[in-house]
Design a protein around this ligand. Structure first.
Ligand SMILES: [Zn+2]
Length: 451
């Protein structure tokens, strides 16, 4: 049996791991590369294996960096099944359709302005390709073994990262491979805690925050302080947010603040149609989160939803002091762009970063204190305050990851550390050796191991 790392190695995007056993091949996750251009170009390279020879894809969760390459693999001939939880499937549908729509719009825009080196500029895949890919999804329950071709089997176990997210245990030739996907926090805000896994012969472990400890601060108190401050300055608070996960965290926190009278009278706009749809998907999967009906209702009541582009422009042009939650989370596209282009130059406004900002994204540039941000071809001066709440992260930090690893009764024969920038992966590798005595390796792109 062989395991080959085709993405998410020494980076947090493009997660894809190929497992070859006998005549069979399967992929665990099938994510899109995002962030710096050199990474994104990987999406255009020929896929290292023949997609027609891959039997199955096992998907840990719906985030684009784990699912976003699926339509392209189907377009290139993949004809197998895509296994995941039902909540992951529903979220993947909106995430992939949105991804295709953005790519189609970008290609149209480039063709119109004639700035692309490619004539004509093409999207990686279209919404039609996504619809084709969705036919291949096959949902499964958690905590039960499901059969795969060639006598292999797999089991999904909740991982506490986002709605529907799971670990994957994969048994092939009597060997047990465990994939962490993205590991959730020890006490997730909206989800049941990640389950413990006790045994693995081979472990593939994420390391997004392998070198960091999340501040023990209370995000509710921080958020309240930020909102009162913006309100007193009569400014705007723009919150770039992932539509899936982070947007719901924010709605929940704002609803809590409101119920405790810790929110000034300031309108809050949820300006992300995908975020609105993702919140509806929460309601249809009550087993995958810890919110009750009253709490869900309070989340809807605390915001004004903004559906149309015209409404979004009205909110952007309005002088009123307000809070705007808009995608995308790392400011690589979406409606947050026009809000920032309009409001970054005014020092009475603030931008609040609430999620991981990958290298090369506008979010990371803002976080690192850049003085001008390029949006829609224009350089926008950054005079607004750039704030951060790190306590909202959906990924375990170093200590939480080590605690989860302590649930294993014995060290795996081999641990592969993926899904982290090089310094994070390496810090986790060193700490695991020092604290647990586990040896692990950090694979390189396309590196293959016989196991
Ligand atoms: Zn994720």
């Amino acid at each position: 049996m062989k395991i080959q790392f085709l993405g998410g190695v020494q980076t947090v995007t493009g997660s894809k791991t190929l497992v070859t056993y006998g005549k069979h091949r399967l992929l665990v996750d099938c994510g899109l590369f995002q962030g710096v251009k050199s990474l994104r170009l990987n999406n255009w390279k020929r896929f290292p294996a023949d997609p027609r020879e891959i039997d199955s894809i096992l998907l840990t969760h719906a985030h684009l960096d784990h699912s976003g390459y699926i339509p392209l693999l189907v377009k290139q001939g993949f004809r197998g099944s895509i296994f995941c939880s039902s909540a992951t499937r529903d979220l993947a549908e909106i995430i992939l359709l949105d991804s295709a729509k953005l790519q189609e719009e970008d290609a149209d825009f480039a063709n119109e302005k004639g700035y692309s080196k490619h004539h004509p500029a093409n999207p990686l895949y279209s919404q039609k390709d996504v619809k084709e890919a969705l036919k291949r999804f096959d949902t499964t329950g958690v905590n039960r073994w499901e059969k795969l071709p060639g006598g292999a089997q797999f089991r999904l176990t909740p991982s506490g990262h986002i709605l529907g997210s799971t670990f994957i245990e994969l048994e092939i030739e009597k060997k047990l491979l465990v994939f962490s996907g993205d590991l959730g926090r020890e006490r997730p805000l909206l989800y049941p805690q990640a389950e413990r896994i006790e045994k693995a012969d081979y472990l593939v472990l994420e390391s997004t925050y392998g070198d960091r400890t999340h501040h023990p601060s209370d995000p509710l108190t921080e958020l309240s302080k930020i909102v009162f401050d913006v309100h007193s300055k009569k400014g705007k608070l723009i919150i770039p947010s992932f539509a899936v996960g982070r947007a719901q965290d924010l709605l929940f926190l704002f609803s809590l603040l409101k119920s405790r009278s810790q929110l000034p009278g300031i309108p809050i706009y949820l300006d992300t149609p995908m975020g609105i749809r993702a919140t509806e998907i929460f309601e249809s999967h009550p087993n995958w989160h810890t919110l009750d009906r009253t709490q869900m209702k309070a989340m809807w009541d605390v915001v004004t939803v903004v559906q149309s582009q015209k409404q979004s422009i009205d909110v952007m042009r309005s002088e009123e002091s307000s809070i705007v939650i808009a995608g995308s989370g790392m400011i690589s596209g979406g409606r947050v762009l026009h809000h920032l282009a309009a409001h970054l130059p005014d020092p009475k406004n603030s931008v609040l970063l609430v999620g991981y900002q990958a290298a090369g994204t506008r979010g990371r540039l803002l976080k690192d204190g850049i003085s001008e941000l390029k949006i829609h071809g224009r350089y926008i001066p950054v005079r607004a305050s750039v704030l951060e709440i790190s306590g909202l992260s959906a990924h375990a930090d170093q200590a939480e990851t080590l605690n989860w690893l302590r649930g294993f009764k014995a060290a795996p024969r081999q641990t592969f550390i993926n899904h982290g920038e090089p310094q994070s992966s390496d810090a986790l590798r060193v700490k695991m050796k020092d604290e647990l005595g586990w040896e692990s390796v950090i694979p390189a792109q396309e590196q293959e191991f016989e196991i």
